[in-house]
Design a protein. Structure first.
Length: 78
């Protein structure tokens, strides 16, 4: 195998992975913006339903009361 065949083989082997990486980085901002809106995922026999968990967390947050105290800063007298 000469160097031309080696370069051709490497190029054909790496073309799809490089293209996928480029597309992922190009669409990264848009995908991150869509993540909070996902309620369920399904791939083949695997199915994940996030809506039930989201409702449980929302109910827990609405039923609990959180009191935040602002830190007190002591300023030296001038």
């Amino acid at each position: 195998m000469d160097w031309k065949q080696c370069v051709a083989a490497l190029t054909s082997s790496l073309a799809w992975p490089v293209a996928i990486i480029v597309v992922v980085f190009a669409l990264k901002k848009h995908v991150v913006q869509l993540l909070p809106t996902i309620r369920s995922l399904k791939y083949g026999d695997l199915e994940i339903d996030l809506e039930d968990k989201l409702k449980a967390v929302q109910e827990e947050l609405s039923s609990s009361t959180v009191v935040l105290n602002a830190p007190r800063h002591i300023c030296p007298s001038s």
